[in-house]
Design a protein around this ligand. Structure first.
Ligand code: GLU
Length: 470
C-alpha cells in the first residue's frame, strides 16, 4: 500500500490570498481530499519585514470562504527556526556543509575578478575544504557542499524531467552569520517534517527545486512528488497582474460569486477532465489528478466564471443559498436582511436561482419579495406603466379578486382576460412585472403572485393602476 497523501499550501503572508494562490491551495486540497489524505497549511512568515498578522488573517479567511479546510493548526515557519538551524548543524557535523568565513567584500571581489576573466561568477568559497584548525574566530555562514559535476534531474509531474547542470549550482548558504536559516532550508525541513508527499505549487518555484534537492540528498530524505503548475495569465495572454482587475480571492466573494462556482472555475484554470466544464465538488475530488494539469498557462476568463457560478447557484440547495447570500451581504458591507425578508427569500429561491450568475443578480430578481409597498418602479419598469397599461391593470384587478389563488386558476384567469381584450398574455406581462416588482427582470408573473399572495398582489396592482407608486 502506498503512503497516505499529504499536501500543503505554503503562502507567504505579505498580502491577500491572490487568485494564483487560491488555485494552488485548491489543487492541493483536491488532491489530498480525493485520496483520503491530509491537506496542511504552513504560513511562510520568515520574512519578518514583509509578513503581517493581517495578511495571515486575510489568507485564512480567503481559504475559509472557498471552503478549503486544512488539517490541524496552521504551522508558522518562523516558529521552527531552531529546527531549521539544527539541520544545518547536522549537515555541518556530517561534513556535508561547511563554515564559510568569506566576507561580503571578498565575495564581491571574487565575482568582479571572475567577470573580468570571463569566468562563471558563481561564488566558489575557499573554505569548502579548509582544515577546521585554520578557522578564524570570526563570523561565518554555513554553506552546503553542492555537487560539482554531473547533473541534477528534477522529475516534475507537470514539466517532465528538468535537468540542471551541477556546475551551475553554488554552495548555497543554509544558515546566515546571525544564525538565522535561509528560506530554501526552511521549506525543505518543513516539508520533510510535515510528511509532505506531494508538492503542488507555481512554476516560479521550479528553479528552487534544484537547490532544495541538494538538501534532500544531503539529508538522505525522500524527495516529494513535485508538480509545478504554470502561472495564470490574463485574458490578453500576459501574466496576471493588477491591470487585469481583481486579484484577491475575497474580492470575488464581494462581487457575489458563490464559493462552489469559484472552486469549479479555479479547478478548470490549468486542469481539465475531458470536456467537463461544470462539475460538483464530489466529482472534482474524484477526478482531480496531476495528469490533467496542462503545461501552458491558463487564461483568466470572467465570462466562464460567471457562467459556472450561474450553474452552481441553480444547482444549490435553497437554504444553503440563503446562508451564502447573507454572508455575501456581510462581506460586501451591505445591510443584513431582516429574518422575515430572508425567510421570504428562501421561499422564493426556487424561482430566483435559475439564470442568476451572481448574488447581485439574484437579489435583483428577488426585489419583488424584498421590497415593500408603495413600490418605486425603475426607469425601464416605469415605461411599462403607461396610461393604457394602467387602464388594463385596473380592469384586471377586480377579476382577480374572485380567482382561486393557484397557478392553474391564475393562468386561466389571465389568459381569459387577455383573450377578452383581443390580446395575448405576453402583452400583459410587462405591466404586471412593473406593478408587482417595479422591475423588468423578475421571476414569472405567476410565481410572484403565488409568493406574494392575493392581498399583496391586488394591493400592488391597485397601486400601479392608480399610479400610487412612490
Ligand atoms: N511561500 C511560497 C509562495 O508563497 C511558496 C513556497 C512553496 O510552495 O514551496 O510563493
Amino acid at each position: 500500500m502506498s503512503a497516505p497523501v499529504v499536501t500543503r499550501f505554503a503562502p507567504s503572508p505579505t498580502g491577500y490570498l491572490h487568485i494564483g494562490g487560491a488555485r494552488t491551495a485548491l489543487f492541493n486540497w483536491l488532491f489530498a481530499r480525493g485520496r483520503g489524505g491530509k491537506f496542511l497549511l504552513r504560513i511562510e512568515d520568515t520574512d519578518r519585514a514583509r509578513s503581517t498578522p493581517e495578511a495571515t488573517e486575510a489568507i485564512l479567511q480567503g481559504l475559509s470562504w472557498l471552503g478549503l479546510d486544512w488539517d490541524g493548526e496552521p504551522i508558522s515557519q518562523f516558529a521552527r527556526a531552531d529546527r531549521h538551524a539544527e539541520v544545518a548543524h547536522q549537515l555541518l557535523a556530517e561534513g556535508k556543509a561547511y563554515k564559510c568565513f568569506s566576507t561580503q567584500e571578498e565575495i564581491t571581489a571574487f565575482r568582479d575578478a571572475a567577470r573580468a576573466g570571463g569566468k562563471s561568477t558563481l561564488f566558489r568559497s575557499p573554505w569548502r575544504d579548509a582544515d577546521p584548525a585554520t578557522h578564524p574566530d570570526a563570523p561565518f555562514v554555513i554553506r552546503i557542499k553542492a555537487p560539482q559535476d554531473g547533473a541534477t534531474v528534477i522529475r516534475d509531474r507537470v514539466q517532465g524531467d528538468v535537468t540542471i547542470r551541477n556546475d551551475q549550482l553554488d554552495d548555497m548558504v543554509l544558515l546566515r552569520s546571525d544564525g538565522t536559516p535561509v528560506y530554501m532550508l526552511a521549506v525543505v525541513v518543513d516539508d520533510h517534517d510535515m510528511g509532505v508527499t506531494h508538492v503542488i505549487r507555481g512554476d516560479d518555484h521550479l528553479n528552487n527545486a534544484a537547490r532544495q534537492m541538494m538538501i534532500y540528498d544531503a539529508m538522505g530524505w525522500d524527495i516529494p512528488v513535485w508538480a509545478h503548475i504554470p502561472l495564470i495569465h490574463g485574458p490578453d495572454g500576459k501574466k496576471l497582474s493588477k491591470r487585469h482587475g481583481a486579484l484577491g480571492a475575497e474580492e470575488y466573494q464581494k462581487m457575489g460569486y458563490p464559493a462552489a462556482g469559484m472552486r469549479n472555475y479555479l479547478a478548470r484554470l490549468g486542469w481539465s477532465h475531458g470536456d467537463d466544464e461544470f462539475f460538483t465538488d464530489a466529482q472534482a475530488r474524484e477526478w482531480f489528478n496531476l495528469d490533467g494539469i496542462g503545461k501552458s498557462p491558463a487564461r483568466f476568463d470572467l465570462k466562464k466564471l460567471e457562467n459556472l457560478s450561474g450553474q452552481h447557484i441553480a444547482a444549490a440547495d435553497d437554504a444553503a443559498l440563503r446562508q451564502e447570500l447573507e454572508a455575501y451581504l456581510a462581506a460586501s458591507g451591505q445591510p443584513a436582511l431582516k429574518t422575515a425578508q430572508a425567510d421570504d427569500l428562501e421561499r422564493a429561491m426556487y424561482c430566483l436561482k435559475d439564470r442568476a450568475r451572481s448574488f447581485p443578480e439574484l437579489i435583483e430578481k428577488a426585489h419583488f419579495i424584498l421590497t415593500q409597498r408603495p413600490i418605486t418602479p425603475d426607469e425601464k419598469a416605469a415605461k411599462a406603466l403607461d396610461t393604457v397599461s394602467r387602464g388594463i391593470l385596473s380592469e384586471l384587478t377586480p377579476q382577480l379578486q374572485s380567482a382561486s389563488w393557484s397557478r392553474n386558476d391564475l393562468e386561466a384567469a389571465l389568459n381569459a382576460f387577455a383573450e377578452a381584450r383581443g390580446t395575448k398574455f405576453g402583452k400583459l406581462a410587462g405591466p404586471l412585472r412593473a406593478a408587482l416588482a417595479g422591475r423588468s427582470v423578475t421571476p414569472s408573473v405567476f410565481d410572484m403572485m403565488l409568493l406574494l399572495g392575493r392581498e399583496e398582489t391586488l394591493a400592488r396592482l391597485a397601486d400601479a393602476a392608480e399610479d400610487r407608486g412612490a
